[in-house]
Design a binder for this molecule. Structure first.
Ligand code: AMP
Ligand code: ZN
Length: 465
């Protein structure tokens, strides 16, 4: 397998630390709001990475954190804790907000047929581990206390910018926009490991520590949770490209300083989903969610299909027109695959040939669009239906698009019309009563039966997908 490694800035052969096994870490969501479809693109690509590894025969352990404390508005440790911002916005406690949006995140995760990580770990469950790691960093002289906060001293490292191409001068330009400068920092790139004194006195969650009542910085959580569950050597660390600097750069700094040896070998970064006017971001407020796409009548899996058509290392531009086209291409593909019958005998040689080809293109830095070409070629080939069906099922362990799931043409058309109209009326009633969960459930139930409804200016329309 070859993957692009941000650490070496090139395609590299993948060799795990322990033969046949892969330890993979994913930066999880900051649960102060819904995930937007840009965030979900990153998780979809990571899901394909995990499933490609499994398809290639590796035993995979995937760990994901949940950021429920310490991620400030700016990744460079300034501004307000995002969780507190969410709590204030909705007049709830931080823990209520965390619970609500963690649930919403995994609802999206499941709707997109992603494999659950083997470990999901909220940061607030690991405070003791963070404190221990910070103590060791202080003992080893990599950290210092100033203004009652604990900082990592980046000048103690021979190489700090291991991932990004940035250098100190470029960084200074970036920092100019950053109005708040922390005068406690000895070096511009130093970052907070533990806050006890922040200008936000109303920080809700605080813990006792050797440095006083406080809370952890954001970066320490991923290092510490990664080491806790994957040991001292991690194979792959994933995230979106915005995580490269400062988050992942800081993770490497503190993990290697703590461990005293190299830590993670491969750094996998997904490029952003962008809109015509730039990157989609939660802090802008008006972002697109999976629920909104569903409301517009799109099957979540059509969005997964859309993401899989482009390479993870290219920015992907979102538009409704392209999503429409993708949804209809997906619908056609699903129709075609769901009609495959167990006819004839399985041609084992052809099965192996296609399976190998499919695995090869994916193992070539996740060439998902080429993997679809293999699927379409296979469907056109002169091989038995039974072979095609078996291959489609096999490919779908990576695509996860429910390709061979039958369409329930449950009723003859007249009955179907009556059934759908009844459901549409019930949904309208639920919406009127502001019971949006019920309205969503009705729409999802229809989707599950292969029926998509759309809210248009002329009213609600429906079609079989
Ligand atoms: P957050 O919940 O903000 O911590 O982000 C969750 C994940 O989404 C991180 O891995 C980010 O790098 C990634 N991400 C943020 N914005 C985008 C975007 N517009 N497109 C793709 N991934 C993104
Ligand atoms: Zn992280």
């Amino acid at each position: 397998m070859r993957i692009y490694n941000t650490a070496g800035k090139k395609l590299e052969d993948f060799v795990p630390h322990t033969e046949g096994k892969v330890g993979i870490y994913t930066c999880g969501p900051t649960v102060y709001h819904f995930a937007h479809i840009g965030n979900l693109r990153t998780y979809i690509c990571e899901d394909v990475l995990v499933k490609t590894l499994i398809y290639a025969g590796y035993e995979v352990k995937r760990v994901m954190n949940i950021t429920d404390v310490g991620h400030l508005s700016s990744d460079a440790d300034t501004g307000e804790d995002k969780m507190l911002k969410g709590a204030k916005r909705e007049h709830k406690t931080v823990l209520q907000i965390a619970e609500q949006y963690t649930k919403a995140f995994f609802d999206d995760f499941n709707a997109l047929n992603m494999r659950m990580p083997d470990v999901v770990e909220p940061a607030t469950h690991c405070i003791e581990d963070f404190i221990h790691m910070i103590e060791v960093l202080l003992e080893k002289g990599y950290a210092y206390v100033a203004g009652d906060n604990v900082y990592f001293d980046t000048s103690k490292l021979e190489r700090y910018y291991t991932l990004s191409n940035q250098n100190e001068d470029e960084l200074k330009v970036g920092v100019r926009e950053d109005v708040e400068e922390d005068s406690n920092k000895r070096n511009k790139t130093d970052f907070v490991l533990w806050f006890t004194k922040s200008k936000f006195e109303d920080q809700e969650l605080k813990w006792e520590s050797p440095w006083g009542l406080g809370y952890p910085g954001w970066h320490i959580e991923c290092s510490s949770i990664g080491i806790r569950h994957l040991g001292e050597y991690m194979d792959i660390h994933c995230g979106g490209v915005d995580n490269i600097f400062p988050h992942h750069t800081n993770e490497i700094a503190q993990s290697e300083a703590y461990l005293g040896h190299p830590w993670c070998r491969y750094w996998f970064h997904v490029h952003h989903l962008v809109e015509k006017d730039g990157k989609m971001s939660k802090s802008k407020g008006n972002f697109l969610t999976l629920s909104f796409l569903k409301e517009k009548g799109f099957d979540p899996l059509a969005y997964r299909y859309f993401c899989l058509q482009s390479h993870y290392r290219k920015p992907l531009e979102f538009s409704w027109e392209v999503l429409e086209q993708m949804a209809s291409a997906y619908e056609k593909l699903r129709r075609r695959c769901s009609q495959l019958k167990e006819e004839g005998v399985v041609d084992e040689a052809a099965f192996e040939r296609y399976r190998t080809r499919f695995s090869e293109v994916l193992q070539d830095d996740l060439n998902t669009s080429m993997a679809f070409t293999v699927l379409y070629d296979m469907l056109k080939d002169d091989i038995s239906e039974a072979t095609k069906k078996k291959l489609a099922e096999s490919f779908d362990t990576v695509f996860s698009l429910e390709l061979t799931k039958p369409y329930p043409e449950a009723a003859v058309d007249g009955e179907l019309e009556a059934y759908v109209q009844k459901a549409i009326a019930e949904r309208a009633e639920a919406k009127k009563n502001k019971d949006f969960a019920r309205a969503d459930a009705i729409r999802d139930e229809l989707l599950g039966r292969g029926i998509a409804i759309r809210d248009t200016r002329e009213g609600v329309t429906w079609e079989k997908i």
